[in-house]
Design a protein around this ligand. Sequence first.
Ligand code: ADP
Length: 525
Amino acid sequence: MTTGTAALLPPGVSEASFSRARQRFAAAVGPENVQVGDALGSYRDPYSFSPAGTFEPSAAVTPASVQEVQAVVAIAHEFGIPLWTVSIGRNDGYGGAAPRVAGSVVLALHRMNRVLEVDDDCGYAVVEPGVRFSDLYDHLRAIGSSLWASVPDLSWGSVMGNTLERGFGYTPHGDHSAVQCGMEVVLADGRVVRTGMGAMTGNNAWALYKGGFGPSFDGLFHQSNLGVVTKIGVWLMPQPEQVAVFMAKAPEERQLGQVVDTLRPLLLDGTIQSNCVVGNALAIASMISERQTWYDGPGPMPDPAVEALTRGLDIGWWNARCAVYGTEDLVAARTKVIGKAFDRVPGLELVTRTYPGDATDADVHPADRAQMGVPSTDLIRMAGWRGGEPAHTDFSLVCPPRGRDVVAQMRLVRARVEEYGFDYAGGFTMFPHHAIALALISFDRSDRQQVDGVAELLPHLVDDAAARGYAPYRSHLAEMDHIAAQYDVNDHALMRLTETIKDALDPAGILSPGKQGIWPAHLRR
Ligand code: ADP
């Protein structure tokens, strides 16, 4: 055990009791797999903007099997210690691996890192929590599978964590929670449940058919504190014969609505098969350049500097990226339809790059990797945009994928972000039926004013959005209660339903208290 005295105790647990609990955790998972004190570095919020200690863990425990997870949950019950479950724990920008309740023990599952099954015929894999996107990619290549997994912007996180948080990637399987099928969960009382067809001994459609026989439960464990998920099935796509990746550059700020309204019908009717990211010039610039190259003043970058930047980097004010997949004929036909649609946007430049499906990583333009299912971590450069100590948080609203909504959200978020002196580096990832707005708020953690600015800005953004009927799809720990409180229809009936389920499954409130604003009865306000 990386022992020493724990700097912090779980709430309501004495030092002596916590010391005994740590001995028990160590006996269950091995002493080297219980961390306290200085060894907790990777379990803190890497980009914290909250007062010191707000989301501080007391320890971390890293089991290597379902049985060890069960043992840890039982010990936590016995001592009344809250656990905070993560897979890899790189939910950076939203709190990383840090717990909502200070003093929680992080239950980190990165040692459970096997790809348990790959089915080339039917296109799926079953993975444990510690399988990163880059691991799945390497595994598929290593076993000679031609299947593609979708990857998010940063592939150092787990397939499990990203999927459960409703994260996304950029191939036709980019909506990660939608392509998840079948799950194994350890409940708070230690029972192990398999959902859907997996509940039947010998059934062979666990990762193929979501339904099973009766109600569907997988959704209960997305953005949830109702169980510890130990396996998921994920659907994979066959390697296409060809891919065309499109980059549409719109030169003017006021063209956002038109770009979005051009894309929506093509997404809705399936012509465009990936989702489509529409990013502004600052979002792109922050991933590939330094801020001071374009502007070194305080406060948000003025428009003339942004215009100079678009010319310097040869990008649009708005930049839409999407892709089509299939046989050469199909790709050519879709390319023609997309080209014709974009012809109608004045001044728009459309760049198309075509790849064979078996292109090697070296053949793929760095900007096209996500559309080709190739893992990358390049995007993290944006955290250093403001210089100093790199940090970022994301504010991500759900939006109808329609020009007028997108423009309204953009104006609202841009105005607030700039009011607090930050650059509006953002955009929208469009799916057929919704878009996710992303404001990437880069800040310098060594600058007190910027850190305090982020802390003040986020609640304002939540309120601004709620006043217009919008809400985030995901959030930093600091805003979970605030966002959950916006779901007020019929006197917060949805939260009452969730609490009823929480009380039935986890009456002692051991699992991730406070996650998504869901609290056990004794901590409810
Ligand atoms: P990543 O693996 O991408 O770094 P995390 O491990 O930080 O992602 O997980 C993101 C969030 O998803 C966690 O804060 C937690 O709420 C939830 N989560 C992750 N893994 C599990 C799991 N195995 N069971 C239940 N919830 C999980």
